[in-house]
Structures are given as C-alpha cells and as structure tokens.
Ligand binder design. Structure first.
Ligand code: DGJ
Length: 370
C-alpha cells in the first residue's frame, strides 16, 4: 500500500503576531478550518467536513456547527453553518451553550441527514451532559434542532442481570467521600453511577456515531462522569435511543471515542481524560459491537506516540479501495482508515489544528505512525 501521512496543521503563521495586537482581537479566518471535534461523510462525489465552529476566545458556542466541502480531501470550501445556535432565550441550543463533537450520518429510512452532538446548556458548565439531535434534507443543512436529552433513562445496560442491578443499586455515592480509592473503583465498576443517573438518563459527553453494516446506528459516548464508555443503539430513524446499551471499560476514564471495522473486527481508539491536553491513545477491539471489548496497548508509534502526536481523536474516516485509489491515497485492495484528531489550542479554540494519520496493520493490530 502506498502510504501517505497527511498532516494538516492549519495554524496561521501570523497568529502569534496578531494575537499581540490588542486592537484586533480576532485574526482573519482564512486558511483555518473552523470545524473541530468533527467528522467527514461522502455524498456522491463530495466530502462534507462537519465540526465545532469555535470562537477565537472563550469556550462557549457562539455560531454552531460548521460544514466544509471538498472533492479531494485536500482543498476545502467553506459551506457555512450547518446547524446554528438559537437566539431564543431558554432554547437548549441558545447562543452561549456548548456544542461539541458533532457527527452526521445519512438515515436511509427517513432520507434525512441526522446530526448528533454533545450539548451543554448555557451557563451550566459541563453538568448537563446531553446529546443533541438535529436533521436536514441536505448535507449542507440548515439542520433543524429536534431535541436534547440524556440517553437511556430508566434503562439498565442490556447485559445486566437481576443480580447486577441489585449490586448496582446497593452502591451509594454518599458512602464514598473520596474518589479514586480501590473501594470507590469497585463501586463504579458495579454500576454506582449508572444507578445514580437511572431516572434522568445516563450522562453523555465526548461522542461519536457509527453505522454498522446492517444499517443499525450506535451512539458511542463517554458516560458516568467520563469514567465509562457507553454504546447506545439508535432507533431506525436515528433520532432516539432504543434503550439497548452496553458499558465498555467501566472506570477506565476514556474520552474521545472513535471507531472503525476491519476484517470483521471492531476497533475503538479513545483518549484518556486530561482536558485539552493530549495524552496516550487507548485501543480496544471486539468481535461484536456489544462486546466483550478487550483493551490493547497504545497503537501510536514514533515521536510523540505517548501523546497521540499532540492530538485527540475525533473520527475515523474509512475510504473504499476505489475512493482511496482515485484520491491517490492508497492502492490497497482493502479499505483505508484515517484517524482524524484535533490539536487543541485552548487559548484560541477556533485556531486549533487538525492531524490526520492513516491506520496501518502490523501483525494484525492497527498502528498509527507519525
Ligand atoms: C476534552 C474533550 O475531549 C473535549 O471535547 C472537550 O470537552 C474538552 N475536554 C473540554 O475540557
């Protein structure tokens, strides 16, 4: 396979100089793909790159979700705002909320494009931990906001037995004043926070969406106070949860889930939880989306491997052999998977960079080489 390492760092050379000029608070956006925590889909011969439109300063969402288009994955045109914040006071997506990690999928059942995103309500930090749903007739939008909620209220994980439920209900957060003790970890694994959040729904922060070969869509998210990944099945219209879900690596503190399937195995690459700072990637595999999931060593190799080369994953873009050949990315007879990551710049989130690394296989295991 002809390998390429496509590294797109879109930080402007002039940025630091301009940032010092107090009369110009925001540098020009030319050359910046202001689409972070995003994803790419292909519709006919066009690629659509969705992501967080972030302000130059601050952490809240003032614009919404951006979309860019390209024919070759290299030259991108600004397609404007796919989903706008609302100007209506009290709307869940009121300007000043936080929209993160938008993922768009086409729903064959309804013929609509559906966007799921992590939503935090205005003025409430990261405590709401909800999932937003929006849909559109066209990939460029405008997407219509439909609802936001926490997944799976009143539902236990699908593999929990009556005994497991009893054990989870016996764990009381008030009994654990200190976090991170061995006893507290055991209680988390038993489902203490699943039980805590049962009525209002399970927390959902960093997230992705995956559509399996049979057309079933799954929302994969960092839940339980960022301690445990949940894989939540979506209804056929992709606009609600069926209530079927499993937990992955309980208490493992995984964020930024990304997923792909290769030769019948599901591979998930997550990050650890260190805010905007990069950390080592975590790799998991399973033969069924419902698990059991097994953890493997960090898949990154080379300089910066212990910090995912400065990035945090957001999506794995899979190209068919025909697409990869047309784009002169690969002549492999197998699909090409590209790990897309954000190089966060918390001082100026709009100007966070992008890092794309092809995933290769060595001894049957996925490898990311810088
Ligand atoms: C890390 C997450 O992966 C990002 O999406 C964002 O939520 C930051 N934390 C906020 O600190």
């Amino acid at each position: 396979m002809k390998q390429i390492i496509a590294i797109i760092t879109l930080l402007l050379g002039t940025l630091s100089a301009m940032a010092q000029m107090s009369t110009i608070p925001t540098p020009p956006a030319e050359g910046v793909v202001n689409a972070h925590g995003g994803c790419i889909i292909r519709v006919d011969s066009l690629y659509y790159w969705y992501g967080e439109n972030r302000p130059y300063q601050g952490f809240t969402t003032e614009v919404g979700v951006s979309v860019y288009t390209s024919r070759d994955l290299q030259h991108w045109q600004d397609g404007g705002v796919a989903l706008s914040v609302s100007e209506e006071a009290g709307s869940p997506i009121e300007r000043g909320c936080i929209m993160e990690r938008p993922k768009v999928v086409y729903c064959p059942k309804t013929g609509k494009y559906v966007m799921l995103f992590h939503l935090e309500l205005k003025g409430r930090g990261y405590e709401a931990a909800q999932v937003g749903f929006a849909e559109s007739d066209t990939p460029t939008g405008p997407f219509r906001f439909i609802r936001a909620l926490r997944p799976n209220a009143d539902k236990w994980p699908k593999d929990f037995t009556k005994k497991d439920i009893k054990k989870a209900l016996e764990q009381r957060p008030d009994d654990y004043k200190d976090w991170w003790t061995p006893e507290w970890r055991t209680a988390i694994k038993k489902g203490m926070f699943v039980a805590r959040d049962l009525k209002g729904g399970q927390m959902s922060r960093d997230m992705t969406v995956y559509v399996d070969q049979d057309g079933t869509a799954y929302h994969i998210t960092s839940s339980e106070d960022n301690l445990t990944i949940h894989i939540n099945e979506l209804t056929p219209d992709f606009l609600s949860f069926t209530g079927r879900y499993v937990r992955v690596a309980p208490g493992g503190q995984n964020e930024a889930p990304t997923i792909f399937r290769h030769n019948g195995t599901y591979w998930m690459i997550c990050s650890g939880c260190t805010g905007w700072a990069p950390n080592a990637a975590r790799l998991f595999s399973a033969k069924s989306i419902w698990g059991p999931w097994k953890q493997h060593p960090n898949p990154c190799r080379g300089d910066g491997a212990d910090k995912t080369f400065g990035g945090q994953g957001t999506y794995i873009l899979t190209l068919s052999p025909v697409e990869a050949a047309r784009l002169e990315i690969s002549d492999s007879p197998y699909p090409t998977h590209i790990f897309m990551a954000d190089i966060w710049n918390p001082k100026h989130l709009s100007h966070s960079g992008h890092l794309w690394v092809p995933i290769t296989f060595e001894n049957g295991m996925p490898v990311l080489r810088f």
